[in-house]
Design a protein around this ligand. Sequence first.
Ligand SMILES: [Zn+2]
Length: 145
Amino acid sequence: MEIKIPAALLQFKVLPKDDEERNDENIPKNLAEAMMVFYRTNANNGENATRMQACLDAVLDMYKTGPSGNNRVDIGQAIVCWACGFVGLPENLDAIGGSIAEIRENMPPFAACRNCHMSDETNFIRVEHPQDKTQAMPFVALKAV
Ligand SMILES: [Zn+2]
C-alpha cells in the first residue's frame, strides 16, 4: 500500500503532558509520525488514520482558502486523540481556553475529544508557522453544532 503523508503534517507538533511523555520515544513527536503509526498498526481497522486524515485535510484547506463568509468558525487550542484519531478543537474548548500560554502541564481540566468524548488519551498540539517556527498558527475549525 502506498502511503502519502503531506509534509505539512510535520508542522503539527504533539505537546507532551509531562516529562514521562517527553522522554517516551513511542509517543509521536508530530502528526506525520502519528499518521505512520496509525497506518502501521492499522489502529481501529484503519479508522484512526482515516479520521486523522479527514481532520487534517479540513484544517489544511482552511489555512489555504480561509473560512468562507457563510461559515462560523471556532479558533483555539487543538488536540490529537490517540483513541480515535481525531484532530481538532476539544469538546470542552471553553474550559480549556484559547491559548497554549494558558495551559499548565499535567493539570485539569484535560481536553476531551469531540469525536469519542474521552479525555484520557489526548495531547495538545501546536501548529508551527511554515516560515517562522517560533510562531504558532491558530487552529481554525467549523463551529460545532
Ligand atoms: Zn477521540
